[in-house]
Design a protein around this ligand. Structure first.
Ligand SMILES: [Zn+2]
Length: 152
């Protein structure tokens, strides 16, 4: 395996560092609150990186190596078949996860770890606001969230 691939893998094992933390701090600053590393409702072994329970938004910050990013994934030179199978399996599971969340009326959102944190957090915030508006419409006028500063 190349040094680059090994470094990517090591980087993916560290929690609370790098791209994920950069995105989280921006979301927090924007006033959003979320759960971190949260189990999925249909499978306790699968986890989302960030979950906004109130609006049903499940965010996955996918590592370029493990999830087979088209821009950065490089097949390791040793045990090639193993790695190709492994990454394909991960991608299949990602699609299955998204599908099952949708079936439950929840919203999956994936961003690559290579995405600029400003861009990634903007995408998450936009998705959150859209769901929030949709939820407000669905719930009707009977339910009002206190302390909102919407429209500011
Ligand atoms: Zn990438």
């Amino acid at each position: 395996m190349s040094a680059a691939a090994r470094n990517t893998m090591l980087a993916n094992r560290r929690r609370d560092t790098g791209p994920e933390l950069a995105i989280r701090s921006r979301l927090h600053r924007a006033g959003l609150r979320y759960r971190v590393d949260w189990s999925l409702p249909f499978d306790r072994r699968r986890r989302a990186d960030l979950v906004f329970t109130r609006v049903g938004l499940y965010v996955f910050i996918d590592g370029c190596f493990w999830h087979g990013c088209p821009q950065h994934f490089v097949v390791p030179k040793t045990r090639t078949d193993f790695w190709v199978g492994k990454i394909e399996g991960n991608r299949r599971r990602d699609r299955d996860t998204d599908e099952r969340l949708k079936q439950l009326g929840l919203t999956p959102l994936r961003v690559w770890e290579h995405t600029d944190p400003d861009t990634a957090s903007a995408v998450v915030i936009a998705a959150y606001r859209t769901l929030e508006r949709k939820g407000a419409t669905t719930l009707g006028s009977g339910r009002r969230v206190s302390g909102t500063t919407e429209g500011a």
